[in-house]
Write a protein that binds this ligand. Structure first.
Ligand code: MUC
Length: 96
């Protein structure tokens, strides 16, 4: 199942820089692993914001929930999710 996920990140201004850097590094490593295994299909920066729009390919909403809540930045993100299905006019056969 494909999901569009928007993540807005808001780190507390009082968080020490080293702690923020550590969280971002752990997030980056996990994001890379999930992109390599195919579950995090697209990761796009929203221009001008500390936010991303992503496409996840997972088996069910519960797997997506598990994955999103495991992200190191999860406590500092506002997340919105939209389930996707194939558009009848799409010419791409890899859409599901
Ligand atoms: O930077 C972000 O958008 C937040 C998060 C998503 C992937 C990653 O490495 O950090």
């Amino acid at each position: 199942m494909l999901f569009q996920v928007t993540m807005n990140v808001q780190l507390p201004p009082a968080m020490p820089g080293a702690e923020a850097d550590q969280l971002k590094l752990r997030e980056k490593e996990l994001a890379a692993e999930l992109q390599r295994d195919g579950r995090w299909r697209h990761l796009w920066r929203v221009a001008g914001r500390y936010a991303n729009v992503s496409i996840f390919d997972v088996s069910c909403p519960a797997e997506l929930h598990e994955l999103l809540t495991s992200l190191p930045l999860f406590p500092y993100m506002e997340i919105s999710v939209a389930a996707l299905c194939r558009h009848p006019s799409s010419i791409h056969d890899d859409d599901r």
